[in-house]
Design a protein around this ligand. Structure first.
Ligand SMILES: *[C@@H]1O[C@H](CO)[C@@H](O)[C@H](O)[C@H]1NC(C)=O
Ligand SMILES: *[C@@H]1O[C@H](CO)[C@@H](O)[C@H](O)[C@H]1NC(C)=O
Ligand SMILES: *[C@@H]1O[C@H](CO)[C@@H](O)[C@H](O)[C@H]1NC(C)=O
Ligand SMILES: *[C@H]1O[C@H](CO)[C@@H](O)[C@H](O)[C@H]1NC(C)=O
Length: 432
């Protein structure tokens, strides 16, 4: 989660009414008039699409300046860990290093190469999209790692659609960021692996993205939405985006009464506070952040419908009354009433809510999170060196696994998936 914010809220009640009925049942992209965005004009293209080639566009927009790792980068123990446990995923990729373009960049580059080659092993079309920070004192570029799991209609843009599943893989400079946000990154790698291993045929394309530079101001996700998702997939290929599920911190689970603090978010979403209170303030749930009355709600409902073991692992909605479309989110920190709600913009999902320079459009997007910064055992570790492997308890790993399984079920449900048993020699993911 980032504490940095450029996005400013703006009140513009005038836009609200016309969207209500349009958005509730819609998971596709809408503009301020409630139309699906299918016209080139919005993107400055002339509408001719006969000659373009997806691979060409991929080459132009997704930078390949860090090559795939050769497999020597992965030693045998790492590969084994990969195959046998969710905990192994943390060990393989994330435990050892701070991941920030501000420090240790060589290690981070090495990790980027390894993860990219893993995406390729999983049959994903993968690439690293350069993120130009343009911030003082950052010498190194960031890279979003994109991996596309093609749906059966990937080459037929009239029938294809896209679901983005994203998480940031960078950390603040002083932390290995096990919670924040290796946990979300692990979920991405595992979802990709399992879809591949089960040869799932989906009627929509899944775009897995590991965002860089979240901690520097959501730069990675902004770059992805602005420079790739909108101009290429929506503008050129005309493929509707069903939504984005962003995972940021998804590890901490605590059944002790009083383990969930509601003092910060509670006043903003009283209905959520009530349900937590009724459960003696236990931190035994995953949370979804969504804009009330938008396509976000439908995404949440689909996730909830597919959520596993709900009596043990709850899924709770926080849906503050935020302005709904991009432009409405752009002004308004000035408005004192809305200022407290800015906290709901502090991860990569808000780059889809407010697609940066494409002012009137918005993509349904939800954040899936454990609310770590407001959870007893995490609060004092947040953004510090104490966000480390001590959080990899069996209880936490089982919670993460349940979330990954639930996300998988959601993806297969949304894409009407047909999956196969894995090959006999593979090992199913299991937690320690
Ligand atoms: C789409 O077309 C490309 C190039 O012809 C091909 O390699 C790929 O397998 C096709 N993908 C699907 C999902 O049909
Ligand atoms: C969670 O649900 C799955 C699928 O229904 C089941 O196999 C598993 O045993 C459950 N786990 C727990 C901890 O209840
Ligand atoms: C894909 O599957 C979903 C869920 O069954 C269905 O609603 C949708 O119409 C299907 N889309 C296509 C293009 O077949
Ligand atoms: C994920 O990690 C970063 C810090 O490493 C943090 O700024 C961001 O707020 C985290 N996301 C959530 C949902 O906490």
């Amino acid at each position: 989660m980032t504490t940095w914010l450029v996005i400013v809220l703006m009140v513009n009640i005038g836009f609200h009414y016309m969207l209500d009925h349009v958005l509730v049942n819609s998971l596709s992209i809408i503009d301020t008039k409630g139309r699906s965005i299918r016209n080139d004009a919005a993107f400055g293209h002339d509408g001719h699409q006969s000659e373009w080639d997806v691979d060409d566009w991929w080459r132009q927009t997704i930078n390949d300046d860090i090559p795939v790792s050769n497999h020597r980068d992965l030693d045998a123990s790492e590969s084994l860990a990969m195959k046998t446990s969710v905990e192994g995923l943390f060990n393989t990729y994330f435990i050892k290093h701070v991941r920030s373009v501000r420090v240790n960049n060589d290690n981070f580059i090495r990790l980027k190469r390894i993860l990219r080659s893993k995406f390729q092993d999983y049959g994903l079309k993968s690439g690293l999209q350069k993120v130009d920070p343009r911030i003082k004192n950052i010498a190194n570029a960031g890279h979003n790692l994109v991996g596309i799991y093609p749906g059966i209609y990937r080459n037929d843009s009239d029938r294809d659609s896209i679901l983005v599943i994203g998480a940031h893989y960078d950390t603040v400079p002083n932390s290995v960021g096990i919670e924040d946000n290796a946990s979300g990154s692990v979920a991405i790698m595992e979802l990709a692996r399992v879809l591949h291993e089960h040869r799932c045929a989906l009627n929509m394309t899944i775009m897995f993205v590991l965002f860089d530079m979240e901690e520097d101001g959501l730069y990675g996700s902004k770059t992805f939405v602005r420079d790739y998702l909108f101009p290429v997939e929506i503008g050129m290929r005309h493929v509707p985006v069903k939504g984005a599920i962003v995972i940021d911190m998804l590890l901490e689970y605590d059944t002790d009464p009083g383990s969930q603090d509601t003092s910060h978010l509670g006043p903003l979403v009283p209905s959520w506070r009530e349900s937590v209170r009724a459960n003696h303030n236990r931190a035994d749930f995953a949370a979804v952040w969504a804009r009330r009355g938008t396509g976000d709600t439908a995404l949440y409902k689909t996730l909830k419908h597919n959520w596993l073991n709900q009596s043990k692992y709850k899924l709770l909605l926080l849906d503050p009354p935020l302005p709904r479309l991009g432009r409405q989110l752009t002004i308004g920190l000035n408005n004192k009433k809305l200022t407290p709600y800015k906290t709901f913009l502090r991860s990569d999902h808000s780059s889809f809510w407010y697609p940066h320079s494409i002012k009137d459009q918005s993509i349904p997007a939800i954040l899936l999170t454990d609310l770590g910064p407001w959870r007893r055992r995490v609060a004092h570790r947040y953004h510090s060196s104490a966000d480390n492997d001590k959080l990899l308890t069996k209880q936490n790993l089982l919670f993460l696994k349940n979330s990954i399984d639930s996300l998988l079920k959601t993806i297969i449900d949304m894409g009407d998936g047909r999956c196969h048993p894995p090959p006999a020699n593979s090992v199913e993911a299991a937690t320690a």
